[in-house]
Design a protein around this ligand. Structure first.
Ligand code: HMG
Ligand code: MG
Length: 301
């Protein structure tokens, strides 16, 4: 069976965009349900400024509780959290988190809007974070946002994305998540970029992060699968977006991704029926419906 790794970003990328902030207990309960539904890589929070993203406030308390030895999770569960700078890493280090993710951009404007620094300064911060992570062997993933289009600058050049990917790998990130943050990519663009990245550095360390803002996310997954990508980010229910990317609604819904992958004979480890059952509780908390088509339609007989 062909295996696909899903990185569930709902508790972070999803909830960071909600008007209604969830309490630590509500977030913990959500994460528990995701684990019970078979998800094994989950991004649970962000050590970012609460002034910038109030929804991720108390990520430290959340992660401390999550990693409390009294809570039992299967051994292969991997939790991670976003870290933008030294201050975030100092907090991450105080937890026993084994994995974090830094996040940069493929355009100067988005970098400024999202992390208040240039792309070059961003790389310097990542280098510092990676250096801090080394002694305790914390694994560092890297997000490369707006890789197909920027809400402030429009189309992004492939050459810029390829250069950023090479720099991320040189810094020692174990995986790079290439993000279509505002959901503008089409399969032609995805194929073209991935063919070049494949020639540059291979695709073993590449994950794809699609948003379904314009309905192209699954088509883009298909194009990536054909080229050999085996790690995809998605968000429970299609929750979320980025507060600093106007129009970045609709991360690809995990339910929709899993439905398609299972139908194609891929194995994800996710129990889709169980995942769908989480929806009403979360919809109740965030006070609106979720966009996942599979969650709405249910599973066929
Ligand atoms: P800044 O204002 O330039 O930071 O923000 P600063 O160093 O000047 O510090 C200002 C204040 O923030 C100080 O506090 C610091 O202590 C505090 P004050 O003295 O004013 O009370 N501070 C922090 N507090 C908590 N944790 C920290 C931290 N750092 C400084 N780590 C900063 C720079 C990076 C902090 C800010 O821009 C920030 O937090 N940005 C995060 C934005 C964000 O989370 N965006 C969403 C995630 S990215 C995304 O969604 C895309 C992605 O999902 C992929 C995709 O979808 O395609 C990854
Ligand atoms: Mg996203």
């Amino acid at each position: 069976m062909k295996k696909i790794e899903i990185v569930e970003v709902g508790p972070r990328d999803g909830l960071q965009n909600e008007v209604q902030s969830l309490s630590v207990d509500q977030r913990l309960n959500f994460i528990d349900q995701l684990v019970a539904a078979g998800l094994r890589r989950i991004e649970v929070g962000a050590f970012v400024s609460p002034k910038w993203v109030p929804q991720m406030n108390q990520s430290f308390e959340l992660i401390q509780e999550l990693l409390n030895s009294k809570r039992k999770y299967p051994k292969d569960v991997r939790f991670s959290a976003l870290v933008p700078n030294r201050k975030g890493m100092e907090l991450a280090e105080k937890t026993s988190l084994k994995e974090i993710a830094v996040f940069g951009a493929s355009s100067e404007s988005f970098s400024q809007k999202n992390i208040n620094c240039s792309m070059r300064e961003g790389l310097e911060r990542f280098q510092e974070v990676i250096k801090m992570a080394r002694p305790t062997k914390i694994k560092v993933r890297g997000y490369l946002s707006v890789a197909f289009g920027c809400p402030y600058e429009g189309l992004v050049k492939e050459s810029v994305v390829r250069k950023q990917i090479e720099k991320y790998l040189e810094l020692g990130m174990y995986e790079i998540s290439i993000g279509d943050t505002i959901g503008v990519a089409t399969p032609k663009q995805v194929r073209s970029l991935l063919k070049k990245v494949s020639q540059d550095v291979g695709l073993k360390k590449v994950a794809m992060h699609f948003h379904d803002t314009r309905g192209t996310a699954l088509a883009n997954v298909l194009a990536s699968l054909d080229l050999g990508v085996r790690v995809f980010d998605s968000s429970f229910g299609g929750l979320g977006g980025c507060p600093y990317a106007k129009g970045a609604s609709g991360n690809l819904a995990t339910e929709d991704l899993v439905y398609m992958l299972h139908g194609m004979g891929f194995e994800t480890g996710v129990k889709l029926e169980k995942l769908i059952q989480i929806s009403p509780g979360i919809e109740n908390l965030i006070q609106h419906g979720l966009p996942s088509r599979v969650a709405r339609a249910g599973l066929p007989l």
